[in-house]
Design a protein around this ligand. Sequence first.
Ligand code: DLL
Length: 434
Amino acid sequence: MMAELTELLDVSERMSIDELRELQLTRLRWSLAHAYRNVPFYRASFDAAGVRPEDCRSLADLAHFPTTGKADLRANYPFGMFAVPRARVRRIHASSGTTGAPTVVGYTEKDLADWARLVARSLRAAGVRPGDLVHNAYGYGLFTGGLGAHAGAEALGATVVPISGGMTPRQVRLIQDFRPDAVLATPSYLLTIIDEFERSGLDPRGCSLRVGVLGAEPWTERMRAEIEERLGIDAVDIYGLSEVMGPGVACESVATKDGPHIWEDHFYPEVIDPSSGAPRPDGESGELVFTSLTKEAFPIIRYRTRDLTTLRPGTARPGMRRMERITGRSDDMIILRGVNVFPTQLEEIVLRTAGLAPHFELVLTTTGRLDAMAVRVEARAGLSPEARSAAGAALVHAVKETVGVSVTCEILDPAALERSAGKIQRVIDRRERL
Ligand code: DLL
């Protein structure tokens, strides 16, 4: 376990809960007023709910304000949610989204500086240090991962290799030649890189990497164990979303690895009941909702992330709450014959089934009037035909036992599935919609 040097922490990271709450309230009142004054959407939604920014006298009053959803951002495509003139926006990012218009977000110069500082804070919590060499394999472009992580690593005082995602043999080559200390990537893409090491006859554990700061998609404790074991690093969870900022909304501490601490001096978290929208107390699971406290170009008020988690008290940063590892997004949830299934549950089972590699996809089809799910998963190298069928049977059994649904399983040759260079898409939905 790595110790953290408290003298390196930002002032807000050392605040008591009371000091932090006071700062949050001041900033929240500013953010509500800023949004109301400058974004017609917020003015209309606050007015419709009969609330004014000055009605927010305590942090609990925030619950009286309306929530904002992805559809609201789409309805204001492209720049309708900006609270400053377009010319003051220094950078634009967008999240692709699988359907409809992309969600566009913007940053002023100050927003970019705050973002870089928060990513630097995240990387430091993860165990990256000034002077380290950082291999940044998050995708560069409209996705916030590449440029967001890049600026943060520079702000920390690290040396960045802006390799982006893809061209995996070259990733391995540069890791061998440049000897980086840290890698930034999605967990699924880092696995692809590890596989490529092995495919080229190199021992991944022998490489220079010490820490991986991994996020942008849901992953499990078992995936952490697999990556740490095969690469010989500390694998740390970083969380964020474009609508709120990008990477660095929250990050785990390498010292505790117990869920990302939310940087609450900039983002106020709530958890709500996903169906009724009612607030839930800390310790209960539900949908994570964020309100930005300092953002100028793109203030976001009570944004429904669709990410499901539970808020816990801070540990490595006692003032800041932690979020539990995301179990999934409400929109990733598969409802199979009435049972809710998350891809992360399957990841957990695949990884603990002997003989199976951590590469799989879930194919949903309709047979007759019933939905069916097939797990297509790669065998580990060198598995005998008997061991393959045993692994398939073990998986089907474990899914039935723990998730409560019957699935079929197809065991594939190693490397049969396409690898993604960024966020992995595990579910292929071919169900007939009636
Ligand atoms: O994925 C920002 C990011 C980049 C975070 C790099 C971490 C590292 P979006 O493309 O807008 O932004 O996607 C945001 O990804 O709502 C979650 O569903 C998911 N997500 C992000 N980080 C994690 C994580 C970036 N650590 C959406 N664990 C979010 C689970 C995550 N899910």
